[in-house]
Design a protein around this ligand. Structure first.
Ligand SMILES: Cc1ncc(COP(=O)(O)O)c(C=O)c1O
Length: 396
């Protein structure tokens, strides 16, 4: 076989596959409503777009420093100081092609083959595959709906072995919307220090929190803990810039240097024009964030209410991000028959909903959590209403 074992060990992204399937159905003329994709449905704010156009017109179209332009690193340093209360130097920052590449670089930089990476589940689809790609071992830690899908320090401690290298913490969380509170974060931080474990903190949804939830960066707790943290963030979700592909990471200089080496030999710099636009995103006016957050909040409330009205579904109020994560195990227990077979898992249920109701959503199994579905409410309220009507009808 020509394909390497390393590549054979990883699975394609189910989220991207379902999004592609929904697009194909749309091209065939079907009126598909998509709750599948993880991206804001808003346009990138005008001031950011204009900055990109002017970068093109000024000829800012050449290679840049592989780890990103100094202007953007300085904007990130300011942002982290102002919003997150953590102080970094530009040499402790890397700019990459989306937060996804930052995560990839960080995992490859930190993990040797056989190292164990603690991964609370449900979790975002790419962590597991990136860990496997690094020939490290994902160690899942179950979080439960009853505990708002949050990890306790005791659960972490139980899984620590002499091979544990890293914990991945994603707050606000995709797919559950869980947002960790200060005391919870402090207890986890103590363990990192006690056992000398690094932590990748994926804060990509930090601006999207609701009700009384507050985002806290673990790196802000103390200088000692900061040495153990690689903070990952980017402009994709906060500024509706998913297609621009700009993410950033902040962490100890030697780790950032390692990440830069990988980037230098793979993609080199992220897009020069998108970097300029991202400087404007971080330094320019911030009002678009709050406008989008308010719209998401309204949709969140509506979607969660409607989901809970469907018999057999129970859905927590997500405190952050833009996903509802309903528990559908009672519907699966009911054993709906489709094409002569009983639907027994979330993949079967999402396939049934896509084919029969023409609504695209993601099965919980994509996030290592059977018995759930993920619905993105980054869609218009009109689509959310229509999509939920269709789901309700088909599940009756
Ligand atoms: C939790 C989480 N981390 C990282 C990413 C990747 O973000 P980016 O588009 O900046 O690569 C996503 C995107 O869906 C995500 O949900």
């Amino acid at each position: 076989m020509t394909i390497s074992n390393r590549v054979k060990s990883i699975n394609p992204s189910q989220t991207l596959a379902i999004t592609a399937q929904a697009l194909k159905m749309k091209r065939e003329g079907k009126k598909v409503i998509s709750f599948a994709a993880g991206e804001p449905d808003f346009d990138t704010p005008k001031n950011i777009r204009e900055e990109a156009i002017s970068a093109i017109n000024q000829g800012f179209t050449k290679y840049t420093a592989s780890s990103g332009i100094i202007e953007l690193k300085e904007a990130v340093v300011e942002k982290l100081k102002k919003d997150n209360k953590v102080e970094y130097k530009p040499s402790e920052i890397i700019i990459s092609n989306g937060a996804k590449q930052c995560l990839f670089n960080a995992i490859l930089t930190l993990c040797n083959p056989g190292d164990e990476v603690l991964l609370p589940i449900p979790c975002w689809v790419s962590y597991t595959e990136q860990i496997k790609f690094a020939q490290a071992v994902p160690i899942f830690i179950n979080t439960r709906q009853e505990e708002a899908f949050k990890l306790s320090a005791a659960q972490v401690e139980e899984k620590i072995t002499s091979r544990t290298k890293l914990l991945i913490l994603n707050s606000p969380n995709n797919p559950t919307g869980a947002v960790y509170e200060q005391e919870e974060i402090k207890r986890i931080a103590q363990l990192l220090l006690k056992y000398n474990i690094y932590c990748i903190c994926d804060e990509i949804y930090e601006k999207l929190v609701y009700d009384n939830a507050k985002h806290l960066s673990i790196a802000s707790l103390s200088d000692e803990i900061k040495e153990k943290i690689i903070t990952i963030n980017g402009v994709s979700k906060s500024y509706a810039m998913t297609g621009w592909r700009i993410g950033y990471a902040a962490g100890p200089e030697d780790i950032i240097k390692g990440m830069s080496k990988i980037q230098g030999h793979s993609t080199s710099n992220p897009n020069s024009i998108a970097q300029k636009a991202s400087v404007e995103a971080l330094n320019g006016k911030q009002n678009a964030i709050e406008e989008m957050r308010k719209a998401f909040d309204e949709r969140r409330k509506y979607m969660v209410k409607r989901l809970n009205e469907i018999e057999g579904i129970s859905c927590l109020n997500p405190a952050g991000a833009f996903y509802a994560f309903p528990n559908v195990s009672k519907i699966l227990d009911r054993g709906i028959e489709y094409n002569g077979k009983k639907i027994s898992n979330s993949f079967g249920l999402s396939n049934f909903i896509l084919k029969e109701a023409e609504v695209a959503l993601i099965p919980g199994s994509a996030f290592e959590a059977e018995g759930y579905l993920r619905l993105s409410y980054a869609a218009s309220l009109e689509d959310i209403k229509e999509g939920l009507n269709r789901i309700e009808n088909i599940l009756k």
